[in-house]
Each structure stands twice: as C-alpha cells, then as structure tokens.
Design a protein around this ligand. Structure first.
Ligand code: HEC
Length: 213
C-alpha cells in the first residue's frame, strides 16, 4: 500500500485551501440614517446591575423629582468574552433601562418596586464606525436610538470615571472581580479610586448557606 502515499500527498497539496472560517461578531443593525434600533430581546440578555436613585449627575430622579431604578443589560456574547478577558469585545451593546420606583403597589407598604419605563439609553462599541470606538444612543418611544454626538457629558463622565473601557464596571458586581484579576481597570479609574476601593467581603466563619455544597 506504500505506493499510494506519494500520489495521495500530491493530491492533498493540490486541493484549494478551505475558505477562512468566518470570525468576529456580526455587524450591528443600524438604520440607513444611522439610528440604532433597541434590540427587542434585551430583557433576555445578561443582567449586570440595578441601581436605585444613584446620584452622579443629571438623571431622571434629579430632573423630575421621581425615584428611579437603573437596570443594566449586556448582550450574552460580550458578557462571555468579558469573563474570559476582562475586556469588552467589538460590537458590545449595553442597555440602561430607567424604571420608575413605585412605592405602594399591591400589598407593599415600604421600600420600592419597579414600575414603568422612564427612559432607555444604549452604549455600544463599534471601533470601525466611531472615532472613540464607543457611542451613546438615546432610545425614543418609537424604539429607535438616536446617536448622541461628541462632545457630550455622557462621553466625558464615562471616560473620566468608568472602571473599564468607558463602562461603569465598578457598579457591576459580577464583572469588577474579573477586571481586577485580568488587570483591565482603566488608568483613570485606578488614579481616582486605587486598585481596591470596594473591599471584598470578609471571610465567613460558617459555610455560606447560598453556596452549593
Ligand atoms: C456624571 C457621570 C455620568 C454622566 C454625565 C453620564 N453617565 Fe452614564 N453612567 C454613569 C454611571 C455611574 C453608570 C453606572 C451605573 C448606573 O447608572 O446604573 C452609567 C451607566 C450608563 C450606561 C450603562 C452601560 C455603561 O456604560 O456602564 C449607559 C448606557 C449610560 N450610562 C448612558 C449614558 C448616556 C446616554 C449619557 C448622556 C446622556 C450618560 N450615560 C451620562 C455615569 C454617567
């Protein structure tokens, strides 16, 4: 059977190389005028955090006098990539959903629960399209996000104070430890707050009842 090896090898080397495997995330679905449609299923994405009445600048509760929740979601592929690398891949889409904080619906007599949507904003990474790689969109009731052009306070505050690549990872508890361990915290954040502004919880003496056995 030895005599087959030569011709077989020649045949294999003559075969055209397979086309390169498609790689990288799919392009983002902008409309012709450059708007960005709110992804219909963003509520099925990865939930990063919910802040209530956070005060860091002009926002719903300060401008309208109403209490509000900020819910942040990210597309699952970008989340998985962040867990591996501590950094956001190109085509990351983050959605900030602002909901009214209701006080007394149903049987509730204290605290707050989430009510109707007051506003939705998008922060996305598309390096080929935007000079600063990232862009903000304000979502209108139609569901279309309008680009907020530079300069705007959105860009300044996120660049100067956010923990990872202009995103506020210091407020996303499942991601901050990843950014720390992968050393991806931004120089601006480290300068402002140091490497460990939020201490890890103290070690528990008894086993954590919430951990699996
Ligand atoms: C003074 C600082 C400041 C300004 C100005 C600001 N933000 Fe933010 N933004 C934050 C903080 C803090 C968070 C994270 C916590 C939260 O709100 O839940 C955040 C989170 C976000 C997120 C979630 C994703 C991320 O990047 O972490 C979006 C989307 C967002 N902001 C959009 C906007 C838009 C649009 C504007 C301008 C109209 C804006 N922001 C202006 C501080 C700011």
């Amino acid at each position: 059977m030895k005599f087959f090896a030569g011709p077989l090898l020649a045949l294999v080397t003559l075969l055209p190389a397979p086309p390169p495997a498609p790689h990288g995330p799919a392009p983002l679905p902008y409309t012709a005028d450059g708007s960005f449609p709110l992804p219909k299923n963003y509520r099925e994405w990865i939930f990063l955090s919910s802040g209530i009445d956070m005060v860091y600048g002009p926002k719903a509760s300060e401008t309208t006098g109403h209490s509000a929740f900020d819910n942040v979601f990210v597309n699952p592929d970008a989340y998985a990539s962040f867990l591996r690398t501590g950094a956001w891949p190109d085509k990351t889409v983050l959605v900030l959903e602002i909901r009214a904080a209701d006080t007394k619906p149903s049987i509730n007599h204290g605290g707050h629960s989430q009510g109707g949507i007051n506003g939705i904003e998008i922060h996305l990474k598309d390096a080929a399209r935007f000079p600063g790689k990232w862009a903000f969109f304000d979502v209108k009731p139609s569901g279309l996000g309008t680009l907020i052009p530079q300069p705007a306070t959105c860009y300044t505050c996120h660049t100067e104070h956010a923990a990872v690549d202009t995103t506020f990872v210091q407020f996303y508890p499942t991601l901050l430890p990843v950014a720390r361990s992968k050393a991806t915290l931004s120089p601006a954040y480290l300068k402002e707050f140091g490497p460990d502004p939020i201490s890890p919880p103290p070690p528990t003496k008894s086993p954590n009842p919430l951990s699996p056995p």
